[in-house]
Design a binder for this molecule. Structure first.
Ligand SMILES: CC(C)(COP(=O)(O)OP(=O)(O)OC[C@H]1O[C@@H](n2cnc3c(N)ncnc32)[C@H](O)[C@@H]1OP(=O)(O)O)[C@@H](O)C(=O)NCCC(=O)NCCS
Length: 207
């Protein structure tokens, strides 16, 4: 990596440097700070200026990412069959895939989509956590404040009442979200909201 090439202005744009590892992250992000976005049938992704999409994420077609939300490394939001909407202060973590086909994928506000989760045409209400590696199949509605456990497989067409806790394959409602689950939901979106800000300083949106 050619450090000189970046110049002093770029090298000082990030947060205070904390050792070599952080310095490398700063440099690499500046070198590759380009979102991968594709227009599809005249529709192109729209990312709010107060959102952040990682350089290696791929957005295709009619995707809209609202203010305060983040899409992490290797995530794919492919709206070549139906639109994708991500509300405010939500996060789509690394390696997650959103690919609606029959109906739109609507992700509400303050929602966490865990690493590697796969969602088809789903309607996810506000303050929901979809756990790491969960699969949420077509035409599912996830009620406000629900938690889908890591690895759960939510069958197509399921209508999940607000405040539900789901686990397993096929996923079943095993109870209501308890205060500890609610804390997890709140901490997750807040944490990613904060984390996003530090990445926005390293790799500002390129439009
Ligand atoms: C669901 C979750 C919150 C645990 O909930 P919990 O109520 O604290 O669960 P407990 O650890 O008390 O376990 C209760 C039971 O559920 C089972 N269980 C817990 N997590 C499970 C999961 N992901 N899938 C299937 N079963 C699970 C336990 O084995 C236990 O079963 P038992 O009663 O037969 O012994 C946790 O497993 C989870 O999925 N967290 C999501 C984390 C995540 O993906 N974050 C996104 C990135 S920030």
């Amino acid at each position: 990596m050619d450090v000189q090439h970046l110049g002093p202005s770029n090298a000082t744009r990030g947060p205070p440097l904390m050792g070599e590892a952080h310095r490398c992250l700063n440099i690499i992000l500046h070198e590759h700070a380009t979102m991968v976005q594709f227009e599809h049938r005249g529709r192109r992704p729209s990312v709010n200026g107060e959102a952040w999409v990682a350089p290696s994420a791929v957005l295709v077609g009619d995707v809209n990412v609202a203010s305060g939300s983040s899409v992490w490394f290797g995530a794919v939001l492919r709206a070549d069959g139906a639109p994708i909407r991500v509300g405010n202060d939500s996060n789509v973590q690394d390696g997650a895939v959103l690919h609606p086909d029959r109906s739109a994928a609507y992700i509400g506000s303050r929602v966490t989509i865990g690493h590697g989760a796969v969602l088809e045409g789903v309607y996810v209400e506000d303050e929901v956590l979809i756990g790491i590696g969960a699969l949420v199949l077509e035409d599912t509605r996830v009620g406000r404040g629900s938690l889908v456990a890591a690895g759960a497989v939510v069958p197509s067409g399921m209508d999940i009442p607000a405040g539900s806790l789901l686990m397993g394959n096929p996923a079943r409602i095993v109870g209501s979200v308890e205060p500890r689950h609610q804390r997890l939901i709140q901490e997750a979106w807040r944490h990613y909201r904060e984390l996003m800000e530090s990445y926005r300083r390293l790799a500002p949106p390129t439009g």
